[in-house]
Ligand binder design. Structure first.
Ligand code: UD1
Ligand code: CA
Length: 471
């Protein structure tokens, strides 16, 4: 049967106490709804729509990159009402799968089981056994163990509240049948809403087959209603990704203290120390070592490269055998070739650094093309900004830049040249030569060290300079 997927995302999420619509709250760095759309896509649906309402424009604006149909639920009258809105565009011969924008980690394999049961004519709901089912609808079964209804937490009596089998909210059904059951929904309940869950009792009444399929684990059906649940889900996600890395051969000093907000790929024998944060797409090649407290976003790091403690890498391509940090900062658009050393308190932005080049201490390299085997002395700065424009600096192969040098761009430092320490270089330096700017050294004959002043003398001295009328 052709598949239509309906994602419910119109609710406000009152319990979040947030200005951000619930489905835009981030899990692993991506909106909750993004996770659900990704999973829906994996099912190759013939039709995919998102029912939106609260924070509509903001929600749509966050997903302009996604080719989905948007169905407006102007008034949020409940999950059943939301599905009714979507059913206006779904043909009877489809199988409909309902997903919730606030249940982000459901797996495609569980959903495929639901779809298969619905393709065979049943109303299939995904349920889960929970030790603590507060907030969830409960699956009510008759004496023969057949599903007879779902009762919402708010509407359940004391006995029903003891039921541990909870409703994930996700369901699949033949579209034609679902349309008919939906006609029977009312709002006579604690929340005055059209509950989607009431279709279960209506299907039972109509003698349609209802199947509750158990989810493979509790996290995949965890709903996010408040910030506590959001943090719990984030922790589950983090644990799962840490496990993936370890199973792929990485050594994690403490799997509870690595934070993965995106996709990380590791090759053999990668070592990751505590409190590393990975964001976006990160690839760590064989034997890469990541020190403690590093933040790495969208980067590819070559084999045997070591990143020492407290370094930040954002959008960089790093070759093999490099050494970075501690306390290094690579800002976007950096390419490091083989064997480059970027040391402590060195900031690099939009620059390409040739193989074997070193900038080991306290430097800024911005908009620079640095050749191979260049040595950038401590305290060197590429002065790339004139207050209005950014300018490039080119340092050719084998150049040696003395410590404390200002390179006022645009500028080219010739191959094999040497720049004397403390220079302010404003014009191109020729190849193979020593170039420097340096005021002469003087020794003052009459100067003496200042003596300690009494407080009133000190105050008077300050007043003479600071409060004196301008001449
Ligand atoms: C729902 C289920 C409950 C289940 C739980 C699992 C119903 C009536 N209850 O309860 O049985 O155990 O999920 O997480 O379905 N939404 C709309 N339009 C609306 C109302 C909600 O699009 O008018 C969307 C929300 O944005 C959300 C989803 O539907 O993504 C679920 O709504 P929510 O209010 O969170 O339902 P729960 O109370 O959690
Ligand atoms: Ca919910």
């Amino acid at each position: 049967m052709p598949l239509s997927v309906v994602i419910l995302a119109a609710g406000q999420g009152k319990r979040m106490h947030s200005d951000l619509p619930k489905v835009l709250q981030p899990l692993a760095g991506q909106p909750l709804l993004q996770h659900v759309i990704r999973t829906a896509r994996a099912l190759n649906p013939a039709y995919l729509c998102v029912v939106y309402g609260y924070g509509g424009a903001e929600v749509q604006a966050a997903f302009t990159h996604e080719d989905v149909d948007w169905i407006l639920q102007a008034e949020q009258l409940g999950t059943g009402h939301a599905v009714m809105e979507a059913m206006t565009v779904i043909p009877d011969d489809h199988t409909v799968l309902v997903l919730y924008g606030d249940v982000p980690l459901v797996t495609a394999s569980s959903l495929k089981r639901l779809i298969a049961a619905a393709d065979a004519g049943a109303l299939a709901i995904l349920s889960v056994n929970l030790d603590e089912a507060a907030g969830y609808g409960r699956i009510v079964r008759d004496a023969d163990g057949r599903v007879s209804a779902i009762i919402e937490h708010h509407d359940a009596d004391a006995t029903q509240l003891t039921i541990r089998e909870a409703n994930s909210g996700l369901m699949a059904a033949p579209a034609g049948r679902l349309r008919e059951w939906l006609l029977g929904l009312g709002r006579d309940n604690a929340q005055r809403e059209y509950y989607l869950t009431d279709v279960v009792a209506l299907a039972v009444q109509a003698q349609d087959r209802v199947e509750a399929l158990l989810a493979s684990n509790a996290t995949e059906v965890m709903g996010v209603n408040d910030k506590v649940q959001l943090a719990q889900l984030e922790a589950c996600y983090r644990q799962a990704r840490a496990r993936d890395l370890m199973l792929a051969g990485a050594t994690l000093v403490d799997p509870a203290r690595v934070d993965i907000r995106g996709e990380v790929e590791v090759e053999r024998d990668v070592f990751i120390d505590v409190n590393a944060i990975f964001i976006g797409k990160v690839h760590l090649s064989a034997r890469v070592k990541i020190g403690p407290n590093c933040i790495i976003r969208n980067a590819r790091i070559g084999a045997d490269t070591e990143v020492y403690a407290n370094s930040i890498i954002d959008n960089a391509l790093i070759a093999e055998h490099c050494r970075i940090g501690p306390f290094a900062r690579l800002r976007p658009e950096v390419v490091l070739h083989r064997g480059v050393h970027i040391g402590n308190f060195v900031e690099v932005k939009n620059s390409e650094i040739g193989s074997g080049a070193k900038a080991n201490h306290l430097s800024y390299l911005g908009d620079a093309r640095v050749g191979s085997d260049v040595n950038v002395g401590a305290g060197t700065i590429t002065c790339n900004y004139d207050g209005a424009n950014k300018w490039p600096t080119v340092i050719e192969d084998g150049a040696f830049i003395g410590s404390g040098t200002m390179l006022v761009a645009p500028l080219k430092i010739g191959a094999g040249s040497t720049i004397g320490a403390g220079s302010t270089i404003t014009a191109n330096a020729p190849e193979g030569k020593l170039t420097l700017t340096r005021p002469p050294q003087i020794t003052a004959g009459s100067w003496q060290r200042p003596a300690k002043l009494a407080p009133d003398e000190h105050a008077a001295a300050v007043d003479r300079v600071i409060k004196a009328p301008k001449s």
